[in-house]
Design a protein around this ligand. Structure first.
Ligand code: DAT
Length: 185
């Protein structure tokens, strides 16, 4: 039984996952677990993608589908002990990888497409990939994926358009963590 909850923070690239996870780790004392970093450190990838600014673990970085079985297992093995101990804020663009029993809350960050356009342009995304990510955000691909992978009661959708929203999200999730700990003592 975990004494501290595990939270996934997911969403389209550029939506603010890393920024939120860092703020949340500072607020709650939970650990920011950057899956991209694990993928890099444990070398469970097939190389670096300039297009996605990310390590290639799956064939479709936007949808998170088709993660090759061996890489998927390697990645799960690498994080299993940490996550089972509890208190992880898991930062990744996909959430259908993780067993349901590991996760207590799934936060799907959303952003207006004009703002996402500016953020991805600032990261020098090529036009085609920029459009692909914008389409994914507009079509709510990752929100749907989260709802398909987990019970709808644990999936929340929060907007991340500006710093006020980010602060209010961190406050809200911080309060949830506090309550979870009280309820699960
Ligand atoms: P992700 O990890 O989802 O790819 P990020 O945290 O790296 O996204 O953020 C991408 C950029 O957008 C970065 O320059 C910080 C900025 N940003 C993200 N969320 C924001 C917010 N709610 N308010 C202001 N800037 C934000």
């Amino acid at each position: 039984m975990r004494k501290s909850p595990n939270i996934i923070v997911t969403g389209t690239p550029g939506v603010g996952k890393t920024t939120h996870c860092e703020g949340l780790a500072e607020r709650t004392g939970l650990r920011h677990l950057s899956v991209n970093q694990v993928v890099k450190d444990k070398e469970c990838h097939e190389g670096w993608s300039d297009e996605f600014h990310s390590w290639i673990v799956d064939e479709d970085k936007v949808h998170g589908a088709d993660i090759r079985a061996s890489l998927r297992q390697q990645l799960l093995d690498a994080i299993e002990d940490d996550v089972k101990a509890g208190g992880c804020i898991i930062d990744w663009h996909a959430c259908d990888l993780f067993p349901r029993s590991w996760i207590d809350l799934v936060v799907v960050l959303r952003v207006d497409s004009t703002i996402l356009y500016d953020r991805l342009t600032a990261r020098n995304y090529p036009e085609s990939k920029l459009q692909e990510n914008l389409d994914s955000e507009i079509m709510e691909v990752l929100l749907q994926e989260a709802r398909d992978a987990f019970d709808s009661e644990i999936v929340i959708e929060l907007t991340s358009n500006d710093t006020d929203e980010m602060e209010s999200n961190v406050d809200r999730i911080g309060a949830w963590v506090k309550q979870w700990k009280q309820d699960n003592q």
